[in-house]
Design a protein around this ligand. Structure first.
Ligand SMILES: [Zn+2]
Ligand SMILES: [Zn+2]
Length: 248
């Protein structure tokens, strides 16, 4: 199926004009030759970012590889790699994909990752890649998991096994029944679980969690906490877009 999908995509790219996901100009690539270098130069690759949570470091933090927040309250994840800032060139494309359900944008967004970041990531020690899951209800409503649609197209070492349904999420309401609004909003503890059949194979392994957007990091922290409880030894977050303020 994957082969067929790639074949159809490459034939379409040759035969049909494609709109650049950033400037909308029609040409042959999903990101045009004008926008790709612009995206590259603005990407978080060119900023000193916190090794652990991926946020650009403030001037006073530059002596360290960690931001102040991570050094005072150490997250459960070990590393975060982000392509671009949330309010940058790819935000509109992500919204088209996620909220207007324009699946073609997933190709462009994964192309952006592959063109700018994929070659620079040392993924030798990673065993598995897991997308952040949606609850079953949300998945049915949207029709797809946006993180997986991008993650399955990103380029990484062939030794990394991508597991789309290992990590699972309770539906917010069913999980948090009986709690008030404020508690529901802030309490994401125990929101995630690992499929029982995969627990043994994750023990002692290094795992990447792929997410489309990282804001406070609370969701990714809870996922990392859940994974480490079952014996995962190292967790890295790969994130398409990162908010650079803690409360956007
Ligand atoms: Zn363009
Ligand atoms: Zn940090």
């Amino acid at each position: 199926m994957r082969f067929l999908e790639n074949l159809i995509q490459s034939i379409s790219a040759q035969v049909l004009p494609t709109a650049c996901i950033i400037c909308q100009e029609f040409q042959s690539a999903s990101i045009c030759s004008h926008c790709l270098p612009m995206l590259y130069h603005e990407s978080l690759l060119h900023y000193e970012c916190c090794y652990q949570c991926g946020i650009p470091l403030q001037a006073a933090e530059l002596h360290s590889i960690q931001c102040h927040a991570c050094s005072t309250q150490v997250p459960a994840f070990d590393q975060t790699i982000c392509l671009d800032r949330y309010d940058g060139l790819l935000q509109a494309a992500l919204h088209q994909f996620k909220y207007q359900k324009r699946l073609a944008y997933a190709f462009g967004l994964s192309d952006a990752w592959n063109s700018i970041l994929a070659n620079d990531i040392d993924d030798q020690s990673i065993d598995y890649l897991l997308p952040v899951p949606l609850s079953q209800k949300k998945l049915l409503a949207r029709g797809f998991n946006q993180s997986w649609e991008i993650a399955k197209r990103i380029r990484c070492g062939s030794h990394i096994q991508k597991l789309p349904s290992t990590l699972k999420r309770f539906h917010d309401i069913e999980h948090q029944a009986g709690k008030n609004f404020s508690e529901r909003k802030h309490d994401i503890r125990q929101m995630f679980y690992v499929d029982a059949k995969d627990i043994e194979s994750l023990k002692g392994k290094s795992v990447v969690i792929f997410d489309d957007v990282m804001t406070s990091g609370a969701t990714l922290n809870e996922i990392a906490r859940t994974l480490k409880i079952i014996g995962v030894v190292w967790v890295s977050n790969w994130v398409l877009l990162r908010t650079t303020k803690l409360n956007p």
